[in-house]
Every structure is written in structure tokens, then in C-alpha cells.
Ligand binder design. Structure first.
Ligand SMILES: NC(=O)c1ccc[n+]([C@@H]2O[C@H](COP(=O)([O-])OP(=O)(O)OC[C@H]3O[C@@H](n4cnc5c(N)ncnc54)[C@H](O)[C@@H]3O)[C@@H](O)[C@H]2O)c1
Ligand SMILES: O=CCC[C@H](NC(=O)CCC(=O)O)C(=O)O
Length: 489
């Protein structure tokens, strides 16, 4: 008997497409199995969302917020279960999975504030009548999530979309269906009306059927640049649909003139190796001065990085790094390391596959200063590329030599240097003496270049969840006090 894994029109039903499974990448065991939503089921879900839209949008913000707050209560009540589910499906240590659930809960108040501050209503008197600015939901929107934050990042689209009055079709990553199932169960328990949120589990075919469906008014995507670009092409010639793309990065971190070597090394490690290097904001390129201070920082970095505890998400003594998402992803990162070595990279700390049957890998650091034609790809794992420099402006130019532009950082005791860096660097998140990961949900979050399409998420998600409507209104028709020239009444 097939498991009911799709949530359509308030009912759990079995998928009618091909079967797929989700694995615990740290223990190599199956944690979920189900069938994908077929194109016909995608169609039924879109119709259900369309039917549910008006009655949801017609509720007041307070009424919608009541349901969203109940979802927040469910998150608090099920915090441990959800954290364990995230840990099992991604390999993320429990301490970190708990912070992901915390971010989901925190998103509710932030989204209410953002809705009011960025898309609220305004009223201005006019000589005759009043001018109003109001916002309306787009209608039916699709949300596509990535595997690396299977709870927090889809939630970052879903909560503001629902608050604004949209109904939602949620297509999670096929690598993390169990987290999505649990999250949607919590929405159901919170009392969300049938059809307002539909879950469409599946692989690429389900994603394609949903993205290409005529009945959606918009799509909010978080994932790889490759998929984002594919969607952008699919949406070409459809200006009536809103597309928000949150994509990858190839993020630089520059160090110059720091007195506290350990503090610098700490921020480098947090930037490069948190979540086993599987954050869009992770530092991929580290620019270190080719001098004695650079040597000192590098030596200390190698020392601390080689002692990073890598382990199982539920180890009693928690590791800093858990496993990667899959054995294939782990092998892919080892291939990248081998390819960089071939191009002239010198491994300073070799990344190792710790157990071929699981996705546990150790962190790697490779000096790529001698690679002339460095590939501009996002390497989504714990491999930090080091470049030594002699000139600060040349380091900034090298840091900007990417088609991405998500996050960037400077570690330096010099405020002047930071001012200069800030003016020149091209990225949507620019930090000084802080890790470049761990962005706040209370700020806008988005990148330039191949990292996004200028529709920042997090605090600015409200902007793409509703459109502005300007009105001038008078309660009855009146002749204007002053007629246009040439008119007689
Ligand atoms: N900028 C951000 O906010 C942000 C946040 C997290 C992750 N990311 C990026 O996400 C990537 C990792 O996530 P991922 O591997 O799950 O991304 P992905 O692009 O492989 O998948 C994202 C979603 O798109 C769907 N999808 C894939 N191909 C599709 C297609 N052809 N048509 C329709 N849907 C399709 C997937 O099923 C999944 O739901 C990294 O590149 C990372 O940098 C970006
Ligand atoms: O993997 C990409 C997200 C990384 C994470 N960013 C956020 O959580 C942004 C805030 C939000 O979306 O609410 C990070 O910077 O570590």
C-alpha cells in the first residue's frame, strides 16, 4: 500500500508518480519512501490552491496571523522531533538542527513586522477624496526549497506568502521530503484551511510540472544557480508572473592586518566549514597576505581545522561538522579537490571521505594561488581555497572575479581598509570582522550576479509576496472643483 505523502486540498494522498526514497546520509539508512506527485496531481493541487485563495485572502491579517501563530506554537511543541528529523535527513548535528527550528519560529514575528513595514497600508488626504496605498497577494504561488535548510528556507517563503494572503504549493527538495512532511503536518494541526497550503513531493519532473503550470502566479525559489537559471528561462516572456530566485555563491573572505590570530581563524572556520560547507553563504575563497602574518594565520588555521570534530548528528559529544547530504555529494567534492590538484592546487589539509558508505568527509584546505584560470563554480562542501596576495586592491579584484555575488567579508583591524573594501566589493551580504555565514532573518538576504534576481528574501520577502495597489477614492461621484479647460457643465 502506497503511503499518503502528498497534501492536496487538505487531504493526505499517495503520489501517482515514480517512487523515491530519502536516506540518512550519516548512517546510510532509509528514512522515508513515497511516490512523486504526477502532473495530474500538480494540476489538482493548483486548482485547490486557486479555490482556497479568495477566502484566505479575504480574512483580515489578524485572522491569518492567528493560524500562523498556532503554527509557531506547533513548532515550539515539536522542536525536538523536527530538529531530529532535520538532523536525520541532512546529517546536520543536532545542535545546529535545533538552531534551524529556532529560525523557523523566529521568522513569524519578523514576517509580521516586514509585512506591515514594507507592504502595509497608507492613507493621504487629497483636495477631493483620499489617496490609498495598499497591497494585495499575487494569488497562487509555488515555493521550491533546497536540501541544506529543509525547514528554515522554505519556511522563509511560506510564512510571508501566507501572511500576505497567497495560497501556496510547496515543492521541497527530493532529498528532504520527511522534513517537509512533518512541517506541513504542523500547519495542518495549526488549522490552516484546506487548499491554502499544498505539499507536492517529488523529483525534477514534479518540479517541472509545477513551475510550468499556467495556474501559478509566481514562484519563490531557493536552490542552485543552475536550477534558478533554468526557471528564469522557463519564465521568460511571462512578465505577469513573479519569480524570486535565491541561488548559490562563490564567496570571498579577505584577511589583512589583524592582531588576534585565533579570532580570525575562528571566523574563517565558521565561514567555511559550518554545515559541512553546505551553506550558500560559506566562504569558498580565502585571501591571505603573502607575508609573515599570512603564514601565521594559515598555520593556525591548518592546526584548528585539522582538529575539527566531524561526526554523527546524534553523537553525545556533538561534532562541529556532520555529514554532507549524500554519498554522491561527498564523492563530488573529492572529485573537485582532485581536479583542483590537477590544475596546480596544493592540498594543505586534504579533504578525506571518512567512510565510503556515508557522506562523512573531513574539512579540506587547498592553496590555489598558482592556478591561473580558476573555475568560477560553487563548490558546495567543506573545501576552502586559499589565495595568497601582495596587494590589497588586487585581492579585492580577485574576490570580485566571479559571476556570483552573495556574501563577502573582510577580517581586519583597520576601519579605513573596511570602508575601501565595502566600496569596491560586489555582494549582497558584506561583513566586517564577523563570519560571512549566519545572516540575520531580520535583514534582507539576497545576492547579485548569478546569486539572485534582485528579489531579496528574509526581511524583504514581504516585497515579493504582495503587489502594491495605489487608489484615489471618494465616497460619491462629484464634479471637480476646477474643470479642465474647454469643458462646460
Ligand atoms: N541564496 C540562498 O538563499 C540559498 C539558500 C540555500 C541554498 N542555496 C543554494 O542551493 C543549492 C543547494 O540546494 P539544492 O541542491 O537542493 O538545489 P537544487 O537547485 O538542486 O534544488 C532546489 C529545488 O529545485 C527543484 N528542482 C531541481 N531541478 C529542477 C527543475 N529542472 N525544475 C524545477 N525544479 C527543479 C528541486 O527538486 C528542489 O526542490 C546551493 O547552490 C546553494 O548555494 C541558496
Ligand atoms: O544556505 C543558505 C542560507 C544560509 C544562511 N542564511 C540565512 O539564513 C538568511 C536569513 C533568512 O533567510 O532568513 C546563512 O547565512 O548562514
Amino acid at each position: 500500500m502506497k503511503r499518503p505523502v502528498q497534501f492536496i486540498q487538505g487531504q493526505w494522498v499517495a503520489g501517482e508518480g515514480s517512487s523515491f526514497v530519502s536516506l540518512d546520509p550519516a548512517k546510510n539508512k532509509q528514512v522515508w519512501q513515497g511516490e512523486s506527485a504526477s502532473a495530474a496531481q500538480v494540476d489538482t493541487a493548483v486548482q485547490a490552491a486557486r479555490e482556497a485563495h479568495y477566502s484566505w485572502a479575504d480574512l483580515s491579517l489578524e485572522q491569518r496571523l492567528e493560524v500562523v501563530k498556532k503554527f509557531g506554537e506547533q513548532l515550539v511543541a515539536e522542536k525536538e522531533a523536527l530538529a531530529l528529523c532535520i538532523a536525520e535527513e541532512t546529517g546536520k548535528p543536532l545542535w545546529e538542527s535545533r538552531t534551524e527550528v529556532g529560525a523557523m519560529t523566529g521568522k513569524i514575528d519578523i514576517s509580521v513586522r516586514a509585512y506591515q513595514e514594507r507592504t502595509g497600508s497608507k492613507e493621504n488626504p487629497m483636495p477631493q477624496g483620499k489617496a490609498f496605498l495598499r497591497h494585495k497577494p499575487h494569488g497562487v504561488v509555488a515555493v521550491f526549497g533546497p536540501y541544506n535548510f529543509p525547514g528554515h528556507l522554505p519556511n522563509g517563503h511560506i510564512v510571508p506568502a501566507l501572511l500576505a494572503g497567497n495560497s501556496v504549493l510547496f515543492k521541497p527538495s527530493e532529498l528532504t521530503p520527511k522534513v517537509a512532511e512533518l512541517t506541513v503536518q504542523l500547519w495542518q494541526k495549526a488549522g490552516l484551511p484546506a487548499g491554502v497550503l499544498n505539499l507536492l513531493q517529488g523529483e525534477v519532473d514534479t518540479g517541472k510540472a509545477l513551475a510550468g503550470h499556467d495556474g501559478i502566479d509566481g514562484l519563490f525559489f531557493t536552490g542552485s544557480s543552475r536550477t534558478g537559471h533554468f526557471l528564469h528561462q522557463q519564465f521568460a516572456g511571462r512578465p505577469e508572473k513573479i519569480l524570486a530566485l535565491e541561488m548559490g555563491g562563490n564567496n570571498p573572505l579577505i584577511v589583512q592586518d589583524v592582531s588576534d590570530v585565533d579570532a580570525a581563524v575562528h571566523d574563517i572556520i565558521q565561514s567555511a566549514f559550518i554545515s559541512a560547507g553546505q551553506r550558500c553563504t560559506c566562504a569558498r575563497k580565502l585571501f591571505l597576505p603573502a607575508n609573515e602574518q599570512g603564514d601565521k594565520i594559515l598555520a593556525r588555521l591548518l592546526d584548528v581545522a585539522s582538529n575539527i570534530k566531524v561526526g554523527l548528528y546524534d553523537d553525545e559529544e556533538q561534532p562541529f561538522m556532520g555529514s554532507m547530504i549524500s554519498v554522491a555529494a561527498a564523492k563530488g567534492m573529492l572529485d573537485v579537490q582532485a581536479q583542483l590538484q590537477k590544475l596546480g592546487g596544493r592540498s594543505l589539509l586534504e579533504m578525506k571521505h571518512l567512510d565510503e558508505a556515508t557522506a562523512l568527509v573531513s574539512p579540506g584546505i587547498i592553496d590555489c594561488s598558482d592556478i591561473a584560470d580558476f573555475p568560477d563554480d560553487e563548490h558546495f562542501g567543506p573545501l576552502l581555497k586559499v589565495f595568497r596576495f601582495t596587494d590589497f586592491d588586487a585581492a579585492i579584484a580577485a574576490a570580485n572575479n566571479t559571476s556570483f555575488g552573495l556574501s563577502a567579508g573582510l577580517l581586519s583591524d583597520s576601519a579605513d581598509l573596511y570602508q575601501h573594501f565595502f566600496r569596491r566589493i560586489r555582494a549582497g551580504i558584506v561583513n566586517w570582522n564577523r563570519p560571512i555565514t549566519g545572516a540575520s532573518s531580520a535583514a534582507p538576504f539576497g545576492g547579485i550576479g548569478k546569486s539572485g534576481n534582485h528579489r531579496a528574501s528574509a526581511y524583504y520577502a514581504a516585497d515579493y509576496c504582495a503587489y502594491p495597489v495605489a487608489s484615489v477614492e471618494l465616497d460619491k461621484v462629484q464634479l471637480p472643483e476646477q474643470l479642465s479647460p474647454g469643458l462646460q457643465f
